[in-house]
Ligand binder design. Structure first.
Ligand code: PEP
Ligand code: MG
Length: 549
């Protein structure tokens, strides 16, 4: 109530201020408009209704929304045109009140030492707001485990549960939470037993990782000597630090949109150059593969809004940057300059669905290369690769691979498009299956066709970081696997414990199966038999009633 009344007071003052400022420029009839606004904020009018809803137990912002919507519906039904027009004012008032309430809240927002962020919709910027080292868990109503924010969270090693559609978000503030990212569930105010159970799992995990750290400087190769370089996916600088300590051999995917997403405007060439230099330097002389800006779909920049009915099939990735070559050119320019003296830059193009997109991009990259050299920078022409994320591209691998230096599969998007399952929609999350026979067949074909034209093929989707998935990909002939830093030690220890031939046999067996679930069970069983049962979370949770949910 306090928050709401202070918002009402603040909005009244705002309106009065605007009215006074405009007083000399408006006629009295127009001035009267402000009085209408102010009258709507009289205690007995709109605020009175919001207050009774708050007193019924609805949270303040929710109560405001309900009342505003009621008013809007009411006014929209009126015959009088003048009154219909007032809808705009009401909506505006609602927004002003809300924005003051949010501001008021944020001013008092203090992040506890161990913070679990709970939100309707998590954004990468929200992760960035929590002070360093204090974020221990994430819970979101919207999105799924394949959302970009979930991928980021995984890279940061933060337990996360997405798509919890029925949780009362507003009742969780300030309570102790257990976030079980393995099982995809949360417990509020856990009992002592439940707490002890999860504490034991955390300790077990820590122990497992300490054991895996010994592998850091050992090569990733099978018992029969087949080498598979393990690379990392990065976005933030924290990923780089983790990756180095986990023994990555380079960056297979640097998501350049991440630094764009945490800013409120396009970063300048100099700023981009600094971000890129950090990544290139950290891994030199190993390769660092930078993907050109991949926005659209679920990755929005607040300062470059894209409104579409069907964003995943719309203006995404390379489509945006080729339509805005100034963004593309500036980015490549910053990348090239950042690589001076290191020469470990590779550039990768997202969402390619036509050879013309590759040709156009190559043309722009050559252009920047010559310009930058003419300006006196001693840079080398980077290797350029395409991402295979669109089913159409799977059938044109040879033509695409012929034009570039390498191919990298974005299996997250490829799975979403092959199976027509939105990777962010919790309702169809159970249909999103990386072990689907169609996905595996496409992956086999991509590897074969790329090799047929003599080019290397890697993969940078989440499947590469799954121990079972990594085995199948190695058996298919993928030349490198790029994953989140947190997955790297597990994948390495599995690959180092098997013969390549064994993995090839496993692949042949699963390619005969027609159900994703059966394939998954078959791979899990093989891992268990090979002694890797401990990597196959989920664990069994004790049967107990979550205290308040
Ligand atoms: C992918 O689609 O597999 C991929 C690596 O790109 P992103 O997850 O950033 O879309
Ligand atoms: Mg993708």
């Amino acid at each position: 109530l306090e928050l709401f009344w202070s918002a009402v007071q603040a909005v009244k003052e705002d309106i009065q201020r605007v009215a006074n400022r405009l007083a000399s420029q408006l006629r009295p009839e127009e001035q009267a408009l402000f009085d209408v606004y102010l009258r709507m904020l009289d205690e007995s009018a709109l605020p009175g209704e919001v207050v009774s809803k708050i007193q019924e137990g609805i949270w303040a912002q929710g109560a405001l929304k309900q009342v505003i919507q009621q008013y809007i519906r009411h006014f929209e039904m009126m015959d009088d045109l003048y009154l219909q027009e007032r809808v705009v004012d009401i909506r505006d008032l609602g927004r002003r009140l809300l924005s003051h309430m949010q501001e008021g809240e944020q001013k008092h927002l203090e992040y506890p030492e161990r913070t679990v962020l709970v939100s309707e919709e998590l954004t990468p910027a929200m992760l960035g707001e929590v002070p360093k080292g204090q974020l221990v868990g994430l819970v979101s109503v919207k999105g799924s485990s394949n959302s970009h924010v979930a991928i980021l969270a995984r890279a940061m090693g933060v337990p996360t549960v997405m798509g919890l559609v029925d949780i009362p978000v507003n009742q969780l503030g300030g309570r102790e939470l257990v976030v079980d990212g393995f099982e995809g569930q949360i417990f509020a105010s856990p009992s002592a037993d439940l707490r002890a159970f999860y504490q034991a799992i955390c300790e077990e995990e820590d122990e497992l990782f300490r054991g895996l750290e010994e592998l850091r400087d050992k090569p990733c190769e099978t018992l029969d000597g087949h080498r598979v370089p393990l690379l990392v996916n990065t976005g933030l600088m924290t990923d780089v630090v983790r990756s180095l300590s986990h023994g990555a051999e380079g960056i297979g995917l640097y998501r350049t949109e991440v630094p764009f997403m945490i800013k409120d405007r396009f970063p300048s060439e100099q700023e981009q150059r600094e971000y890129y230099r950090e990544q290139l330097e950290a891994f030199a002389p190993n390769p660092v593969t930078m993907r050109t800006l991949d926005i659209g779909g679920d990755k929005a920049l607040t300062y470059f809004p894209i409104q579409e009915e069907n964003p995943f099939l719309g203006w995404r990735g390379i489509r945006v940057t080729l339509d805005h070559p100034e963004i593309f050119l500036l980015q490549v320019r910053a990348m090239l300059k950042a690589s001076e003296g290191l020469n470990n830059l590779q550039i990768m193009l997202p969402m390619i669905s036509n050879v013309s997109e590759v040709e156009e991009s190559l043309h722009l990259i050559y252009r920047v290369y010559h310009e930058v050299r003419e300006e006196g920078y001693d840079v080398h022409m980077p290797k350029v690769g395409v991402m295979i994320e669109v089913p159409g591209a799977v059938y044109q691998i040879r033509e695409l691979a012929d034009r570039v230096d390498f191919v990298s599969v974005g299996s997250n998007d490829l799975t979403q498009y092959l199976l027509a399952v939105d990777r962010n929609n919790p309702r169809v999350a159970q249909l999103y299956h990386s072990y689907h026979p169609a996905v595996l067949q496409a992956l086999v074909r991509i590897a074969q066709d790329t090799h047929a034209v003599g080019k290397p093929v890697g993969i940078c989707g989440e499947l590469a970081g799954d121990p079972g998935g990594a085995l199948l990909l190695m058996a298919m002939g993928y030349d490198s696997l790029s994953m989140n830093a947190a997955s790297l030690p597990k994948v390495k220890s599995v690959i180092r414990s098997v013969d390549r031939e064994w993995a090839v046999q496993l692949l042949q067996d699963v390619l005969l199966l027609d159900s994703p679930h059966v394939i998954k069970s078959c791979v899990d069983l093989a891992l268990r038999n090979a002694g890797f049962g401990r990597y196959l979370r989920p664990v069994k949770t004790p049967v107990c009633e979550p205290a308040a949910l």
